[in-house]
Design a protein around this ligand. Structure first.
Ligand code: PLP
Length: 405
């Protein structure tokens, strides 16, 4: 049973008011709110068994280590990875992509090689590759997008050459909500033996992700966008790559034996987890995955889909709105502009009505450039949002039009 009232009561912050009005939180693409059981799991870690992991023989360290490794197993099961060795805890999506860009780059990229990304990427899936290409003298190539925001898939085969070493693609665009056919893209790349990194920052929380079924070589996401704590994220990588790639950072835990002459490295996954990781964050994130698992990914997708269609229909009725990412295959993100009103003005007026939406380029300036704009208003909805909240957004947009036109 999908009980929206019960679900909303699981999230303490949703009960608050902003400027004396009920909070309408439509900024879930940027970060999601936390259910009480995630907050409790984090508090419990600090309250009752806090101690550093993997380092002590004492009781508390043993409990912390056990909970951390249990969290790894929960992540493995959630994305259906083959082995816990393939689950690396990082600080988030950005950290995971930087790790792969650096480490994969060190091992496999040489002068003149090519890296393929898409025009739909968040800056986090552009800049680390650009930095690596600059360092290695490699070339960054970009799969373009169509007017409806979908990827121009015909170009994939055209852009792949004998020099292409890796393809990086977002599962879902944070800026315009478009879902990419990642399985198809991976299949196309694999025909040429090219590994694929999928940026799952906006994919993991909206539908089932099965990395073995996708055959993704790398799949990355952030805890804070999947109802977990900030400062924790995941890098899933196929074992064959992770075994072969050199460590990214050096320090404690990632070593086997250290001497001044030579250091040998720890086995997976610890080889990529230098220093004290955010183990409390990992425990909180695993609790969040359990929580959304208990609601059911199918229920989440169904509710979010209904919200998207309702919002699109209601907003269209207002007139004067231009939508970006009009292809049918999208998540519950609506990215739009209202007449010629600047998105910041709209955002400020909506804020005063208690409606939190995002304005600007959404860390995806090339997407905005593609459409000849400098930003949009983005309403990103999730399973705890309601149609009543969409009505409040629509009232807000009407007010924006009344005040600004
Ligand atoms: N990739 C996408 C598609 C995103 O939406 C985001 C965040 O908005 C990121 C990467 C970066 O995530 P983080 O800031 O959690 O590292």
């Amino acid at each position: 049973m999908f009980d929206i009232n019960k679900i909303r009561s699981d999230f303490p912050v949703l009960a608050r008011e902003v400027y004396g009005k009920p909070l309408v939180y439509f900024d879930n693409g940027a970060t999601t709110q936390k259910p009480a059981r995630v907050i409790d799991a984090v508090r419990e870690a600090y309250d009752s068994y806090y101690s550093n992991i993997h380092r002590g023989v004492h009781a508390l360290s043993d409990i912390s280590s056990g909970k951390y490794e249990n969290a790894r197993e929960k992540v493995r099961a959630f994305i259906n990875a083959e082995s816990k060795k393939e689950i690396i805890f990082t600080a988030g999506t950005t950290a995971s992509i930087n790790l792969v860009a650096f480490s994969f780059g060190e091992r496999y990229i040489k002068k003149g090689d090519e890296v393929l990304i898409t025009a739909l990427e968040h800056h986090a899936n552009i800049v680390p590759w650009q930095m690596m290409c600059e360092r290695k003298g490699a070339v960054l190539k970009v799969i373009p997008i169509n007017d409806d925001g979908s990827l121009n898939l015909e170009k994939v085969n055209e852009l792949i050459t004998g020099k292409t070493k890796i393809l990086a693609v977002t599962h879902v665009s944070n800026a315009i909500g478009v879902i990419n056919p990642v399985k198809e893209i991976i299949e196309a790349a694999h025909k040429h033996n090219i590994p694929v990194l999928v940026d799952g920052a906006q994919g993991i929380q909206h539908g089932h992700v099965d990395v073995m079924d996708l055959e993704a070589d790398f799949y990355v996401f952030s805890g804070h966008k999947v109802y977990g704590p900030t400062g924790i994220g995941v890098l899933y990588g196929k074992r064959k790559w992770l075994e072969d790639m050199p460590p990214y950072q050096g320090g404690g835990d990632m070593v086997d034996r250290v001497s001044f002459e030579k250091t040998t490295y720890n086995e997976l996954p610890f080889k990529f987890e230098a220093g004290t990781t955010n183990f409390v964050g990992a425990i909180g994130m695993a609790e969040a995955l359990d929580y959304i698992g208990s609601i059911g990914m199918d229920n989440i997708s169904k509710h979010e889909n209904e919200l998207k269609h309702y919002a699109k229909e209601r907003l269209e009725q207002l007139g004067g709105l231009t939508f970006y990412g009009t292809t049918a295959n999208t998540i519950s993100i609506l990215s739009f502009l209202v007449d010629n009103i600047h998105q910041y003005d709209a955002g400020m007026i909506l804020d005063k009505m208690g409606v939190a939406i995002r304005t600007g380029s959404h860390c995806a300036q090339p997407v905005m450039s593609r459409f000849g704009i400098d930003g949009t208003i983005r309403a990103s909805m999730c399973f705890y949002n309601t149609k009543e909240e969409i009505d409040i957004l629509c009232e807000g947009i009407e007010k924006v039009k009344m005040m600004m036109l």
